[in-house]
Design a protein around this ligand. Structure first.
Ligand code: FAD
Length: 480
């Protein structure tokens, strides 16, 4: 019976996994994960990623065991470990789901060459995205840089088909199981990383793994999808799916999400509601499309003239933003939500990114890196797309001169102040009228609420009006 190694990276699931299904149909299956963060530099998994990965590998290992299989964990150089696993198990083929991040693509190509040179066959399978970035082209044959025509074209020809069931792995054990490292030995947990358990909020919020992903998807499509369009902009509501980390780690495939949302259309959800959600899945497709064709997107502006932006290089401002101490309650609430649960609401991502790059004039790459380190679902394509969108330099970006006013965003999207009160509890006793801009509250109101500006909560670190003018002045150097 031929044996196949399934090399897992961010496809940590059993369902709808074409590479795994192929391996199971062929004979023996050896699922392998190799921890090799140096190969992913400069975008190796961040701190929150590592916490999630530990939990997700744990869940996957248990699922595989229930199916009569195992998860083989290795640490070292991917090529060497895969060759060793093939040798130990007698596998003659290695398969994996195609990876689209630039460092992973380069690494995978080198691994393919190395395996083939060693006489091991390699096959790769799609599944990370719904479209094939090489097949979707503009009329003139190039890649898309604008979302609307891209999505129109993709949707017109999209036929992802039904998700695959989990393969039967019961009789697919290899003749010999290769050795596996202990999960704890990979050192992914916060205690192992820096000796501090900062993951409490993440543990309360998430259930990493395929089971947790399936439950979240099911709850979302059955209970929230119908109201997605009306509620998705309000951070205090549970209006969005919170699937991003599950999608990032491949605990659920985009095809499964696509099928689940469409499956509810005749079941109480309107076509419009489903489409509003699938439109966002479309942005995910677009991010990957652009990353595939412009692999420098995470590091450099897509519009080159933005290289001329005279950034402020202000470490104090960056630190205040990272810690949720800018003095703007909505911005601070969002940054603290991010730190606490490893996720931030989409509108808040736009608000905080605008605040960093425009009000504070700090480089978008610094914000992108912070998100990468703190988001459980920090995703190279979506993160770079989001930051370049906010900073005006990306594909189909918001123009730089459109600068969010943090106060009007606050009164509009958190009108009752529930989100601010949840994440900035030292302001919770302030009346809603003054909550969005505590520095405008009369002294007796602040006193009654137990707020002392500069002590219990910071003064605003910039004046928005002045900061806006400074940003527009800076923009002139981009547009010379
Ligand atoms: P939902 O609204 O339920 O959307 C469902 C899925 O669609 C998401 O899980 C995501 O995969 C995709 N999606 C939604 N909005 C977008 C978008 N604007 N661009 C691309 N895909 C989208 N998303 C990430 O997955 N990882 C990131 O690291 C990331 N960084 C971002 C940084 C900035 C500055 C901005 C503005 C956006 C970023 N996004 C990122 C996109 C978006 O904010 C998140 O995908 C979304 O908030 C995740 O919450 P959700 O799963 O509840 O989204």
């Amino acid at each position: 019976m031929p044996t196949t190694v399934v090399w897992l990276r961010n496809s940590l699931r059993l369902h709808d996994h074409p590479a795994l299904t192929h391996a199971a149909e062929r004979g023996g299956v050896v699922p392998v994960f190799v921890w090799a963060p140096d190969e992913e530099a400069p975008w190796a998994p961040g701190g929150a990623h590592r916490w999630w990965l530990h939990e997700s590998l744990d869940a996957l290992g248990r699922s595989l065991q229930e199916e009569g299989s195992r998860l083989v964990l290795r640490q070292g150089t991917s090529l060497d470990e895969l060759k060793a696993v093939c040798e130990a198990s007698g596998a003659d083929r290695v398969v994996w789901q195609t990876r689209l991040a630039p460092a992973l693509r380069r690494r995978d190509e080198a691994v393919r060459e190395g395996l083939e040179a060693a006489g091991v066959e390699v096959r790769t399978f799609a599944g990370r995205v719904l479209h094939d970035p090489e097949q979707i082209r503009t009329g003139s044959g190039g890649p898309y840089r604008v979302f609307t025509p891209f999505w129109k074209k993709v949707r017109a020809q999209l036929d992802p088909g039904d998700p695959l069931p989990a393969p039967d792995l019961g009789g697919a054990a290899p003749a010999t199981w290769p050795e596996s490292a202990d999960l704890d030995a990979l050192g992914l947990t916060p205690e192992a990383q820096d000796g501090v358990d900062w993951a409490g909020g993440m543990r309360e919020t998430w259930t990493p793994g395929e089971g947790g992903a399936a439950e979240r998807l099911d709850t979302f499509v059955s209970q929230q999808l119908l109201h997605y369009d009306e509620e998705r902009d309000f951070p205090a509501a549970r209006g969005t799916s919170m699937l991003s980390p599950h999608l990032h780690w491949g605990e659920v495939s985009p095809r499964q999400v696509w099928a689940a949302a469409n499956g509810w259309v005749s079941n109480g959800v309107t076509r419009e509601a489903a489409d509003a959600f699938l439109f966002e899945i479309g942005w995910r497709e677009f991010s990957y499309h652009v990353l595939h064709h412009f692999p420098h997107m995470p590091d450099a502006p897509l519009k080159e003239k933005y290289e001329r932006m005279p950034w402020a290089h202000d470490d104090d401002a960056l630190r205040a933003w990272q810690r949720g101490r800018t003095g703007y309650p909505l911005v601070d609430a969002a940054m603290r939500q991010l730190w606490h649960v490893g996720w931030m609401h989409n509108r808040m991502r736009m608000v905080t990114a605008s605040f960093l790059t425009k009000d504070l004039l700090v480089r978008w790459q610094d914000g992108e890196r912070w998100f990468w380190d703190t988001l459980c679902g920090g995703d190279l394509a979506n993160n770079a797309m989001g930051w370049q969108w906010a900073a005006g330099s990306g594909a189909d970006a918001q123009p730089f001169f459109r600068i969010f006013n943090p106060l009007s965003q606050s009164t509009r999207y958190d009108p009752e102040g529930d989100y601010i009160r949840r994440w900035v509890p030292e302001l919770s006793a302030l009346p809603t009228k003054h909550l969005h801009a505590p520095w405008t509250a009369p002294p007796e109101v602040l006193e009654e609420a137990g707020v002392t500006l500069g002590e219990t909560y910071p003064h605003p670190i910039v004046d928005h009006k002045e900061a806006r003018e400074r940003a527009l002045e800076a923009l002139k150097q981009v547009n010379v």
